[in-house]
Design a protein around this ligand. Sequence first.
Ligand SMILES: Nc1ncnc2c1ncn2[C@@H]1O[C@H](COP(=O)(O)OP(=O)(O)OP(=O)(O)O)[C@@H](O)[C@H]1O
Ligand SMILES: [Mg+2]
Length: 370
Amino acid sequence: MNWDDTDEDTYDEVELTGAELGHLERLTDAEADGDERAVEAALRPRTLDEVVGQARVRDQLGLVLEAARRRGRAPDHVLLSGPPGLGKTTLAMIIAAEMGTPLRLTSGPAITHAGDLAAILSGLNEGDVLFVDEIHRMSRPAEEMLYMAMEDFRVDVVIGKGPGATAIPLEIPPFTLVGATTRAGLLPGPLRDRFGFTAHLEFYEPHELDQIVHRSAGLLGVHLTTDGSSEIASRSRGTPRIANRLLRRVRDYAQVRADGVLSLPVAQAALDLFEVDESGLDRLDRAVLDVLCRRFGGGPVGVSTLAVAVGEERETVEEVAEPFLVRMGMLARTPRGRVATPAAWHHLGLAPPPMPTVDSALDAPLFDDV
Ligand SMILES: Nc1ncnc2c1ncn2[C@@H]1O[C@H](COP(=O)(O)OP(=O)(O)OP(=O)(O)O)[C@@H](O)[C@H]1O
Ligand SMILES: [Mg+2]
């Protein structure tokens, strides 16, 4: 058997460090770096009413918060899950703002010991909102402490080691935990079950992104035409963070090379310059498709081979380029390797081969040696 590929779900989690991703400088990366977070703060909606899209989540959350307000109690713990850049942190901040309470902010990787968590929990006041970003990356002992805190508003702090160790119970005032995760599947069941309300954020529709782009343009004080806005929205991969980022690049272009107005031709020229095409694919995405179709006849081909052919690490292709291509229905991950769908061929302006490549790959035996 010469498996180069396995099913998506069986991949080990791959962490790409900033340095590894740094050289890519992708305009279409859904994650934000440090500088960007500062810019984003200015564009975040502050109230539930200002949130665009996610209608169901907004309605449900609005109800949960209103009920808590009427009862004069802290709302249930909330879990926000979904891909990067869709508004998890934004919603966490809104929850605190709507409840008129401070937001305490931390993240899974920052909590390496149960003691770190105990220190945070013991500093909470009644009704505070504790936001734990990337909650799936918390250490196991801290996770167990969190179960108890969420349910009983009490934790046991262990002092000392070995037989002499004693557990000192610590009362915690009722608080609301808001957890955010891009990988809800990695959360242990007991933790997931302790959230009273779970919201899964979906990618945004183009007309919603259009509204977001308009709103951001207003906040940035730039003049944007209707068709300029929809051009930016349609290239934003369903992600508000990317929409806001593309808007800023189009603004740069408009100010330096045009009359300052973000019109359709300006948006097109700017985004072409930054190599984000009409469907939101960037240089790497297109390189993957190009190699797959032109060099390997549409596949199936192993991801390692594909990575070598585009001159990138396997992880980069797998984690950075493929998810969007799969979402767009241009690439399929099959047991025998990556396959281009007819949509991929069309996107490259090529005629798909006569054989339906996806089907033939799926029909192929799972094991080469059977
Ligand atoms: N519903 C929305 N309406 C308007 N703007 C939004 C919305 N959701 C997100 N944004 C914008 O997108 C940017 C990114 O959102 P946010 O930081 O909340 O994403 P996230 O889900 O926390 O991402 P990550 O997983 O990387 O932490 C914010 O600056 C915000 O302005
Ligand atoms: Mg966030």
